[in-house]
Design a protein around this ligand. Structure first.
Ligand code: NAD
Length: 495
C-alpha cells in the first residue's frame, strides 16, 4: 500500500472475507449460517462471517488428522519446516498494513499499535518458533550399560486452539507458532468478536507452503464451534486463552471427552505495588498508567490494582492525572491515536457496569467514568481512575477488562502483598523499590506467573507467559511452549 494514502482510504479498499478456512480452502459453514460483524470503531458493517458449528468442526478436524497422518508436515525435515514458517512470517510483514487494518476495524485498537505490536509481534512469534525448531535436540538417558534409552519429542497430533478477541493475531500466533513448528496440525477458533485476521493468516500460511489441512480456521461462537472443538474425540490437545469461567468449562469438556491435554491461559487482576523508595517515581507513574490504559485496558496482564504507599500517594496521583489526557480515546484509524474503541457493545456495558459499581460503593472517581465519542457510532470509554478503593469492592476484586484503574494505598508492604495475593488470579504483579533485597523478597511472596521489578512493560517472545492459580495452567511463548504441543517418547534399546 502507498504510505501517503490515509488509513481511512485504505480501509475502504480492503477486501474482507469472512469465510472459514478448511483443508486449504475458503468455505462458508456447512449449515449455511453466518453472523454479522460490526466494527466497534463506528458500527460499520464489515461483512458476513461463517458461523461454524459441529459439522464444520468435523470437517476441519478430519482435514487436520489426514494432513497429520500423511506426514507431509509432521514428517518434514525440521530445517524445511523452518524455511516455510520463516516465509510465513515474511508474508505477514509484507501484508502488514492489510493485517493491521483488519485488526483495527475488527477489534477497535489504534492502527499504530495493530501495526507495531500485533502484526510485528505475531510475525516475530512465527519466525522465532520457526527458527527454533531445527535446534531442539532429544536426550539420551543415563541407563545401565546393556541398554540405551532415547528420549525424543513428537508432535501431539491435532491441536485445537481457541483464542480471545483482545490481541486476536498475537494470541493466535502464540498457539499456532509452537504447535505448527513442532509438526502438529491445528484447528483454530478465533473469537466471534474479532475473527478476520486469523482467517487471513491461514491464507498466508498456505501461500508460504504449509500443506492444506495443516492449519484450519473456524470462525464462530464459543458454545457452538468452540465447545464442539473442545469435546471432539479426535483432537489431541486443546489450547485455550480466554476467561477463567470458560477455561473451567474447557478443562471439563476435555476431561469428559477423550482426556485430551488441556492448556489454559486465563484472566487476571494484576497488582502493581509502588513503594515510597521506588527509584524513579515518574517512570513508575508512566509505566503504571501506560500499561493499564494500553489496548483500552483490554489486556489480561493489565495492572488494574495499584497499591501505592500512603506517603507518596498524593504525588503519584497528581502525576498520574496529568498523564490522563494523553490517553483520550480517538479515531483508531488516525495514526496518532493511542486509545481506541472497546471491542463491542456487550463489553462496553460490562465496563460501564463496573464503573457504576465503583461509584455506588463509594470509591472516589478521579478521572473518566463515562462513555465518550458516542457520535461516531463506536464504543469508547474515557480512561478512568478510582481512588479510595476498598479491597472488598468489585472494582478491586473482579477483572473489568477495560480502561479502569483502582487505587488502593498501603502503609505495610506485608499487608499490600497479602492483599495482592488475595485474588483467585495470579497472572502478573509488580513491585517498585530501590531496595534489591526487598524487591526479591516481594517477588518471591507474590503468587504470579510474572513479577516485574521497577518496570511493567517488558515483554519478549523468549520468556514464558502464563499464570498461577485460576489464571491458567500453561505457559505461552519461550521454548517451554513446546512442552504443550509435544509428547515425550522414550525408546529403550537393548545393547
Ligand atoms: P471468553 O472466555 O469469553 O472467550 C474466549 C474464547 O473462547 C472465544 O473464542 C470464545 O468464542 C470461546 N468460548 C466461549 N465459550 C466457549 C465454550 N463454552 N466452549 C468453547 N469455547 C468457548 O474470553 P474473551 O472475552 O474472548 O477474552 C477475555 C478473557 O481472556 C479475559 O479474561 C482475559 O484476561 C483473557 N486473556 C488471557 C490471556 C492470557 O494469556 N492469560 C491473554 C488474553 C486474554
Amino acid at each position: 500500500m502507498n504510505d501517503s494514502t490515509s488509513w481511512h482510504e485504505r480501509a475502504q479498499a480492503l477486501n474482507i472475507d469472512g469465510r472459514a478456512f478448511i483443508g486449504g480452502q475458503r468455505t462458508w459453514a456447512r449449515a449455511g449460517q453466518q453472523f454479522d460483524n460490526r466494527s466497534p470503531i463506528d458500527g460499520r458493517e464489515l461483512g458476513p462471517v461463517a458461523r461454524c458449528g459441529a459439522e464444520d468442526v468435523e470437517l476441519a478436524v478430519a482435514a487436520a488428522r489426514a494432513a497429520f497422518e500423511d506426514g507431509r508436515w509432521a514428517g518434514m525435515a525440521p530445517a524445511k519446516r523452518k524455511r516455510i514458517l520463516v516465509k510465513f512470517a515474511d508474508l505477514m510483514q509484507q501484508h502488514c498494513d492489510e493485517l493491521a487494518l483488519l485488526e483495527t476495524l475488527d477489534m477497535g485498537k489504534p492502527v499504530k499499535y495493530s501495526l507495531a505490536v500485533d502484526v510485528a509481534g505475531a510475525a516475530n512469534c512465527i519466525r522465532w518458533y520457526g527458527e527454533a525448531i531445527d535446534k531442539v535436540y532429544g536426550e539420551i538417558a543415563p541407563t545401565p550399560a546393556d541398554s540405551l534409552a532415547l528420549v525424543t519429542r513428537e508432535p501431539v497430533g491435532v491441536v485445537g486452539a481457541i483464542v480471545p478477541w483482545n490481541y486476536p493475531m498475537l494470541m493466535a500466533s502464540w498457539k499456532i507458532a509452537p504447535a505448527l513448528a513442532a509438526g502438529n496440525s491445528v484447528v483454530l477458533k478465533p473469537s466471534e468478536k474479532s475473527p478476520l485476521t486469523a482467517l487471513r493468516l491461514a491464507e498466508l500460511a498456505l501461500e508460504a507452503g504449509i500443506p492444506p489441512g495443516v492449519f484450519n480456521v473456524l470462525p464462530g461462537f464459543g458454545n457452538e464451534a468452540g465447545s464442539a472443538l473442545a469435546q471432539h474425540m479426535d483432537v489431541d490437545c486443546i489450547a485455550f486463552t480466554g476467561s477463567t469461567r470458560v477455561g473451567k468449562q474447557i478443562v471439563q469438556m476435555a476431561g469428559q471427552s477423550n482426556l485430551k491435554r488441556a492448556w489454559t491461559e486465563l484472566g487476571g487482576k494484576s497488582a502493581n505495588i509502588v513503594c515510597a523508595d521506588c527509584p524513579d517515581l515518574d517512570a513508575a507513574v508512566a509505566a503504571s498508567i501506560g500499561s493499564i490504559f494500553f489496548n483500552q485496558g483490554e489486556s489480561c496482564n493489565a495492572p488494574s490494582r495499584l497499591f501505592v504507599e500512603e506517603s507518596i500517594r498524593a504525588r503519584f496521583i497528581e502525576k498520574a492525572l496529568a498523564m490522563v489526557p494523553d490517553f483520550a480515546p480517538g479515531d483508531p484509524l488516525d495514526a496518532n491515536t493511542v486509545m481506541g474503541a472497546i471491542v463491542d457493545e456487550t463489553q462496553l456495558a460490562t465496563v460501564m457496569k463496573y464503573i457504576g459499581e465503583g461509584k455506588a460503593a463509594g470509591a472516589r472517581l478521579l478521572a473518566g467514568g463515562e462513555r465518550v465519542r458516542r457520535d461516531t457510532g463506536g464504543y469508547y470509554v474515557a480512561p478512568t481512575i478510582f481512588d479510595n478503593v476498598g479491597a472488598g469492592m468489585s472494582i478491586a476484586r473482579e477483572e473489568i477488562f477495560g480502561p479502569v484503574l483502582s487505587v488502593l494505598s498501603f502503609t505495610s508492604l506485608d499487608e499490600a502483598v497479602r492483599q495482592a495475593n488475595a485474588t483467585p488470579y495470579g497472572l502478573h504483579a509488580a513491585v517498585w523499590t530501590a531496595d534489591l533485597s526487598k524487591a526479591i523478597r516481594t517477588s518471591r511472596a507474590l503468587r504470579a506467573g510474572t513479577v516485574h521489578v521497577n518496570q511493567y512493560d517488558n515483554d519478549d517472545i523468549t520468556v514464558p507467559f502464563g499464570g498461577y492459580k485460576q489464571s491458567g495452567n500453561g505457559r505461552d511463548k519461550s521454548l517451554h511452549a513446546f512442552d504443550k504441543y509435544t509428547e515425550l517418547k522414550t525408546t529403550w534399546i537393548q545393547v
